[in-house]
Design a protein around this ligand. Structure first.
Ligand SMILES: [Zn+2]
Length: 415
């Protein structure tokens, strides 16, 4: 077999040879040369179970930096377990960051592994990069109990977490944390130490907890505060300051709803139903690590939860006060925009089809404009405090109506 990197004949093309000849893993070699992994991975390499004997046991307490990196990975939900092993996964574009982690985590006995698995549902061989160690290396050791170890530096741990799971959208930084207690601690710490305001976008029962910087200025303060920790992490700083191509992605979802239009002169005043199609467009730069502007899965999840679940198989006039008076596509678009902009600050346009022939397109205020001005009054006429207090309403009351009519008559007489 000839190695396409070094042109040498080799008995076996594996990580041992490839890392020595080019620094690449077998998975990267497959991608560089556009080869299916099935051609490169031998059957004896597939679905191998790691052996505990191949991993070292750690008896000493890891240093401050190693503890902070492990804590950051725990915060981001990347620290997992497989039987007696602790594992940290890292996709193909995250390899250098995973190795940066390893540089600290070898104090816990972690090793780099590239596992090859035959996926029976797709008949494909897939490669998975992981750091792996014995779980018992991470647990408290008797020595720690005798001489308590202080918790690791929170700034470093949070920076590691953001470096691995942070997402930038339209200048707003999103962070997903696995546990609410950690999210609460991060919110308090960022506000207290750096004046960074975070907004929590998740409900109480949701995991992970999604946090977003309140404004783009908060993103700037956060990145400036954690720059010393974030900069050395491979690929991370570039991700948050990408100059990659900017483009628009769209997701289309549909829902079946009933409605009527009060006072409509024709048949729209009748109760009727149909299938609505909503196209949500988001504009931004390609994240160099994920290759996406925004994950379609996230887009679908947010639009489904905020809009489809609210409207589908419901009567639009009765699901929200804002739509009770007018459930036209135009008013619906303004309403939908306001429900989505907090989750999708890069929202570029909504297209809503009531029928294949009748549709509406709308671009609403940016998140900053929405925060400054609040909701649009077109939605809230019937919610406003002053409704029912105009002087004309006195005409509805028989006793006050009399005096009003008198005033009106006097004025008429003068004219
Ligand atoms: Zn080679």
């Amino acid at each position: 077999m000839k190695c396409l990197n070094c042109d040498h004949d080799v008995a076996k093309l594996d990580n041992e040879h490839l890392i020595a000849c080019s620094g690449l893993t077998l998975q990267e070699y497959a991608i560089r040369h556009c080869l299916p992994l099935e051609l490169l991975v031998s059957t004896d390499q597939l679905n191998q179970r790691p052996q505990a004997a191949d991993f070292i046991s750690i008896a000493t307490t890891p240093g401050e930096a190693a503890r902070a990196v492990l804590e950051g990975l725990r915060l981001s939900g990347l620290l997992g377990s497989e039987g007696e092993f602790a594992v940290i996964p890292g996709g193909i574009r995250w390899l250098d960051l995973l190795l940066w982690d390893l540089n600290f985590l070898n104090e816990y006995g972690f090793r780099f592994c590239q596992d090859y698995e035959f996926d029976e549902s797709t008949n494909r061989v897939v490669a998975r990069n992981k750091l792996r160690s014995l779980r018992r290396n991470l647990l408290g050791r008797p020595r720690d109990a005798m001489t308590p170890v202080p918790p690791p530096d929170f700034a470093t741990a949070l920076a590691v977490c953001i470096g691995h799971c942070g997402e930038m959208q339209a200048g707003y930084l999103f962070i997903a944390l696995t546990r609410r207690v950690d999210a609460d601690e991060a919110v308090v710490w960022l506000e207290r130490e750096h004046g960074v305001a975070m907004h929590c976008l998740s409900g109480d029962d949701e995991e992970p907890v999604l946090l977003r910087t309140r404004t783009t200025a908060d993103s700037g303060r956060l990145l400036a505060a954690l720059e010393p920790q974030l900069r050395p992490m491979p690929g991370v700083w570039d991700r948050f300051h990408a100059s990659t191509p900017e483009l628009t992605v769209a997701k289309e979802l549909s829902f079946d709803s009933a409605h009527f239009i009060t006072d409509h002169p024709a048949k729209c005043s009748n109760q009727h139903g149909g299938r609505y199609v909503l196209r949500v467009k988001v504009r931004g730069r390609i994240d160099p690590i994920t290759g996406c502007v925004v994950d379609f899965g996230y887009l679908k999840k947010v639009v489904t939860r905020e809009i489809v679940e609210l409207f589908d198989h419901h009567h639009l006039n009765y699901v929200a006060g804002e739509l009770a008076w007018r459930s036209t596509t135009e008013v619906m678009c303004v309403f939908i925009w306001q429900r989505l902009i907090e989750y999708l600050p890069a929202l570029a346009e909504l297209e809503l089809y009531e029928t294949p022939q009748s549709s509406c397109r709308y671009t609403g205020p940016s998140l900053a404009e929405f925060q400054a001005s609040g909701g649009n009054s077109v939605l809230t006429w019937f919610q406003q405090e002053t409704l029912g207090r105009s002087p004309w309403r006195s005409l509805l009351r028989p006793e006050a109506g009399e005096s009003m009519r008198t005033v009106g008559r006097v004025r008429s007489a003068r004219l």
